[in-house]
Design a protein around this ligand. Structure first.
Ligand code: NAP
Length: 266
């Protein structure tokens, strides 16, 4: 696996530093971070972890009951009061995302980071047989909605001192693999989007755009993709959080345009 996409930056931290980051308490204090797909899997644990390190977390997802459960967990551990933002990224319009920007501006007043984590696996099948409606759904959730939400929230992010946008890729995004269809293509597009945003903002703003590839992680999506696999052989989301915290913290302000594989031997 290549360790980085955009070669124009010499980041202060290398990928090992990011993977093995040791966060200090309150390293996200004062930051407001939006997490998509915050109700389950990696996104749920990332939201809890960001709150644990002092961030105000905005919980975006399509199942309100799951987001409310995460809200309750954050409150009960004494974290800053989060917000629940129900949104189905498959159906959401650009207008709704602009309204969300207005709501965050009015109610919260700032946005320092987005973790674009929500994702749809689709089906594993040859492209020749890939259902075109499913293809469109996967591309909408994984690529188009990610682009739309980023663009809609850019005015707020640009006001942040050191805004960080983290996209989620996958090993099949870096190395497309037979039968991974729309999912692999969507993750390739995600890596490209991060690289293009990086090039377009590098001289004009403090915003940074990077991709995380979590690697095989014990979640429902992984179980669907690999039904024969023993989940106990996989890391839990909690075990890969160092990189997620690092890319949101000011330790990574010089890290731009990278694709960071959290489990590079995956
Ligand atoms: P997961 O357990 O399936 O969780 C996916 C999350 O995305 C859920 O919270 C889900 O909400 C949300 N989501 C799906 N469709 C949505 C929509 N239309 N609108 C809003 N939210 C939606 O998956 P995961 O394993 O945690 O994956 C998280 C990210 O890591 C994904 O981008 C995935 O591609 C990537 N990834 C995972 C692995 C792995 O091994 N787990 C490896 C490489 C990359 P609901 O719970 O309400 O359905």
């Amino acid at each position: 696996m290549s360790d980085s996409t955009n070669q124009n930056f010499k980041p202060s931290l290398n990928h090992d530093d990011i993977r093995n980051f040791e966060p200090v308490d309150n390293c996200l204090d004062g930051k407001t971070i939006l997490v998509t797909g915050a109700g389950a899997g990696i996104g749920r644990v990332a939201a809890l972890t960001y709150a644990r390190y002092g961030a105000t977390v905005l919980l975006l997802g399509r199942t309100s009951s799951k987001l409310e459960a995460v809200y309750d967990e954050i409150e009960s551990m004494g974290g800053k009061q989060p917000a629940v933002l129900p949104m189905d990224l498959e159906a959401a319009t650009y207008n709704e995302m602009q309204q969300l920007e207005g709501l965050i501006t009015k109610e919260v007043g700032q946005l320092d980071g987005i973790l674009h984590n929500a994702g749809l696996l689709g089906v594993l099948t040859p492209l020749e047989m890939y259902d075109v409606d499913m293809f469109a759904k996967v591309m909408k959730v994984n690529v188009t909605a990610t682009f739309m939400l980023t663009q809609a929230l850019l005015p707020l992010l640009k006001d942040a001192a050191n805004g960080s946008i983290v996209f989620t890729s996958s090993t099949v995004g870096t190395h497309p693999r037979a039968f991974w269809g729309a999912y692999a293509l969507s993750k390739q597009a995600t890596e490209g989007m991060s690289d293009i945003f990086t090039q377009e903002t590098q001289n004009t703003s403090n915003l940074r755009f990077n991709c995380i590839n979590p690697g095989g992680t014990r979640t429902n999506m992984r179980a669907h993709a690999f039904p024969g696999e023993d989940p106990m052989t996989l890391k839990t989301p909690a075990e890969i959080m160092a990189g997620y915290v690092c890319l949101m913290s000011d330790a990574s302000i010089n890290v731009r345009g990278q694709v960071v594989a959290l489990q590079p031997k995956d």
